[in-house]
Design a protein around this ligand. Structure first.
Ligand code: ADP
Length: 620
């Protein structure tokens, strides 16, 4: 009952201290494993995004450079024939394809739609005539975050002020302050979906157009929102030419002609006239392409997508892929509406397989961890159980030993008292009492030796005083000493010695202790038929001593276990009989130390036979 309670308590302890924490640990680890792919993807995304931002800024700078170059090169055809001056400008570099000239009130001076007009000029006029003559509007693009930077600043005011304060106000030139404001607005817009939504609504309310980007993120793992904004950051507003050029001296205007994007350069000449030109697509695209770093790397493919989502150039290694579904992309400039700098994974399966590998390793680690926690826990539990059992056995052992010691002591004392009082008067009885006292003393010695042996166990080896001993004589002496007590207790004791002396090399006391243990068991575990036979025999170089009884015998299933320390067979007589569970284990150890063996077999007709087998002449 008590041990069941202990087992239950240990079970609860095991679950609470080992199973539950191991389970929680495993769950956390598994959740982390699940996120591995997203984590790897996010990391790659950040790296590639940074590369694209860099590419976009390179292109932005190049666009400025192109404008400056055209600005510097543009002629001021005040006097001579505009046709030849403009033609010379066109031929002076690859960038100008179709030059034009307007007078200050947007009257087209060149090119003229005459029979001499080239196909380029006809085409140019067809698409741009209305616009450059200031008769039609064209969409003008602007970064929404910059357009609404003040509103964004108002929206997130406290945070904004805080960050601005971080830079020393006095040491900050005005220019830096406004560029700082711009950067903050863009950052805030990019990072905050609520700000984005609000700003797009504001733009719509003002009649400004925003369009869907023509790329869609190709992520499988990350939520769409994190992956990329779907709406363009560039909003457009319709404006006439004169509004566009007001307040500036030159610029590039992107214009859609059908679904094709063209670029118009313009510059205010000194006399108020406006000179400009349609930029040559091929030259323009080549200039931008020249800026790109290596398009191909083992990790990613990089390119620029034009207004129709078509790459400007593709590396040979890129294979078949959907160019509108980049891994990450970045809009470039208000001068290049719908264009994107885009990056693709060279091997789209790489993230998954990298994540899978990491996940596999993590899984193995988790399983190993959980297994080692569980086996470790089980081992500790087993040890604790064993120790508790042992402690219990030791307690019972002490009780039993005390009791076993008391029995012979009581007898000795009783016989000694009787002898002192002169009872009984006849010499024969007195001698018998003395014999009984010797026998009980022997029993006492045996018990004490057993206990001493046990307590010595594990600390040092038992040392034996080996000498040649005749097993016949040793057994005979022992039976002589024990007989009076056994017979007194109602036993019939038979003794049969071998025909000739059987010499064994032994420690006499230790060997006696083993035999006494067997004898004492024969006595203890005999029920109604009280018969004990001791036999000595020699065979095949072996000396054999048998103790036979007609007692209760040992159940076959327990025949091996009875030699274990503290083991006591489980039947009613054993339960009634006091015992330490040490006798047989000590007997076997002693005999084995002598190079022999102790065995048990059931006796025909009921009872037990315990057998000590020793090598004759002593072990080497
Ligand atoms: P103890 O006798 O103190 O219990 P032992 O180690 O001497 O310890 O014996 C172990 C167990 O073997 C006993 O508890 C008993 O069940 C069984 N046993 C030993 N000797 C005999 C025997 N002669 N007859 C029946 N059972 C025996």
């Amino acid at each position: 009952m008590k041990s069941r309670k202990t087992a239950a308590r240990l079970g609860i302890l095991f679950i609470g201290a080992v199973v539950v924490p191991a389970g929680i640990l495993a769950m956390l680890a598994v959740r982390a494993i699940d996120r591995e792919e997203a984590y790897v993807e996010k990391q790659l995304q950040q790296t590639l995004s940074a590369e694209l931002v860099h590419v976009a800024s390179l292109i932005g700078a190049e666009l400025d450079k192109i404008r400056e170059e055209l600005d510097r090169g543009a002629p001021s055809p005040a006097g001579g024939d505009p046709g030849s001056i403009l033609e010379a400008w066109k031929n002076g570099g690859p960038l100008v394809r179709t030059p034009f000239l307007l007078n200050p009130d947007f009257e087209i001076l060149w090119p003229r739609l005459t029979t001499a007009a080239s196909p380029d000029q006809v085409e140019f006029l067809k698409s741009n005539q209305e616009f450059i003559a200031n008769k039609a509007e064209t969409p003008v693009y602007a970064n929404i975050a910059l357009t609404f930077q003040e509103q964004i600043a108002d929206l997130v005011q406290p945070k904004f002020d805080d960050e601005l304060k971080k830079t020393e106000a006095s040491s900050r030139p005005l220019e830096t302050e406004s560029s700082l404001q711009r950067q903050k607005a863009i950052k805030e817009f990019e990072e905050n979906p609520e700000v984005q939504e609000w700003v797009y609504q504001q733009a719509k309310a003002r009649g400004q157009q925003s369009e869907k980007r023509n790329v869609a993120p190709s992520t499988n793992v990350l939520p769409q929102k994190q992956a990329s904004r779907r709406e363009s950051i560039y909003i457009s507003e319709l404006k006439r030419f004169n509004d566009i050029i007001a307040g500036t001296s030159s610029g590039i205007i992107p214009r859609f002609s059908g679904d094709k994007l063209t670029f118009l350069f313009w510059k205010k000449a000194g006399d108020g006239r406006i000179v400009g030109g349609l930029i040559d697509q091929t030259a323009f695209r080549n200039r931008l392409l020249g800026l790109l770093p290596d398009l191909y790397s083992p990790v990613r493919i990089l390119t620029i997508l034009d207004e129709n989502g078509r790459p400007l150039a593709v590396p040979d290694e890129s294979g078949e892929r959907d160019w509108r579904r980049p891994f990450v992309s970045q809009e470039i400039s208000e001068i290049l509406p719908r264009w994107e700098a885009a990056a693709y994974l060279t091997d789209p399966g790489a993230i998954a397989s990298r994540a899978n590998l990491t996940a596999l390793i993590l899984w193995i680690l988790v399983v190993m961890l959980v297994l080692s926690i569980l086996t470790g826990g089980l081992f500790v539990l087993k040890t604790v159980r064993y120790e508790i059992d042992l402690a219990k056995k030791k307690t019972t052992f002490v009780t039993n030993v005390s009791h076993e010691l008391k029995t012979p002591l009581t007898s000795i004392r009783m016989f000694a008292e009787m002898l002192r009082q002169g009872r009984p008067p006849d010499a024969g009885k007195r001698a018998q009492y003395l014999d009984l006292m010797v026998s009980e003393t022997e029993r006492l010695t045996r018990l004490i030796n057993n206990v001493l042996d046990f307590s010595r166990r594990g600390r040092d080896e038992k040392t034996y005083a080996m000498k040649a001993v005749d097993l016949n004589r040793l057994a005979e002496d022992l039976v002589k000493d024990q007989r009076p007590r056994l017979e007194h207790n109602g036993f019939a004791v038979g003794f049969r010695s071998a025909a000739s002396p059987l010499i064994v090399k032994a420690d006499e006391d230790a060997l006696k202790q083993s035999i006494l243990n067997l004898l004492s068991n024969a006595e203890k575990y005999s029920d109604r038929i009280k018969e004990i036979d001791i036999e000595i025999a020699g065979a095949g170089g072996q000396a054999i001593l048998r103790v036979k009884d007609r007692g209760i015998g040992v159940p076959p299933s327990q025949a091996d276990k009875i030699f274990e320390e503290f083991y006591r067979a489980d039947d009613s007589l054993t339960a009634r009989t006091r015992g330490t569970g040490l006798g047989l284990s000590i007997a076997r150890r002693i005999v084995r130390d002598h190079g022999g063996e102790v065995g048990y077999r059931p006796r025909e007709g009921g009872g037990s036979i315990f057998e000590i087998i020793l090598p004759q002449g002593g072990s080497s």
